[in-house]
Design a protein around this ligand. Structure first.
Ligand SMILES: CC(C)(COP(=O)(O)OP(=O)(O)OC[C@H]1O[C@@H](n2cnc3c(N)ncnc32)[C@H](O)[C@@H]1OP(=O)(O)O)[C@@H](O)C(=O)NCCC(=O)NCCS
Length: 174
């Protein structure tokens, strides 16, 4: 009896660097994801939304196309992963999925795509923060192999954060 190979699972979305024509839609998606988030206070959200308007995103992509990844479902943007090179590390600034597309593996796929950009960007690790109450983010980061390295209390905008790190080889050994 011959056994059929298991079918390759459908990727949850088409992920790649944001194209110039997608930047306005991306800024709108980031606003739609960040604005209603209960985990951040008003000051924090205002500051983040100012950083990641269309002009801010255009500057990031011009400097480093891998800094702004988007997930597409057909022509529609359903997720994003924004990061920046920082002295041989990559700081993951934000990742998010449109509210009606969550739970389909898009967040996990964005983190995996970010990981694949790391060697080409001359970096050896990714690091990021998350609000300590953000259970969805914590779950996805842990599943992607991020390790929690610190808790910062009363930190950015007076709120509590976890710091996380991730290495391409999983260990940090060089
Ligand atoms: C965090 C976020 C990006 C995850 O995106 P996603 O596309 O839903 O992610 P995935 O489908 O890959 O994984 C979803 C996971 O969320 C977790 N999750 C969802 N709701 C949860 C809850 N209430 N409690 C704990 N975990 C939860 C589950 O572990 C789930 O994994 P599973 O499918 O194995 O059960 C999304 O929730 C989001 O955009 N949140 C708002 C923005 C944000 O907080 N970004 C992170 C800033 S650090």
């Amino acid at each position: 009896m011959t056994t059929q190979p298991a079918p390759t699972p459908e990727p949850p979305a088409n992920i790649g660097p944001a194209a110039a024509h997608e930047i306005d839609a991306l800024a709108a998606l980031m606003r739609a994801v960040i604005e209603p988030l209960g985990y951040y206070n008003a000051r924090a959200k205002r500051a983040e939304l100012m950083k990641y308007d269309a002009d801010g995103l255009r500057t990031l992509t011009a400097d480093d196309p891998a800094a702004v990844l988007v997930a597409r479902d057909g022509a529609r943007l359903v997720g994003f992963c924004v990061s920046r090179y920082d002295d041989a590390t990559v700081w993951l600034s934000w990742f998010g999925t449109a509210s009606d597309a969550r739970g389909r593996g898009i967040g996990a796929a964005l983190l995996a795509a970010l990981g694949r950009t790391i060697p080409g960007r001359g970096a050896h690790k990714v690091w990021c923060d998350s609000r300590v109450e953000n259970v969805e983010s914590k779950a996805v980061l842990e599943r992607a192999g991020f390790v929690r390295v610190a808790t910062l209390t009363n930190h950015w905008f007076g709120q509590d954060f976890y710091l996380w790190e991730w290495y391409p080889n999983g260990t940090g050994a060089v």
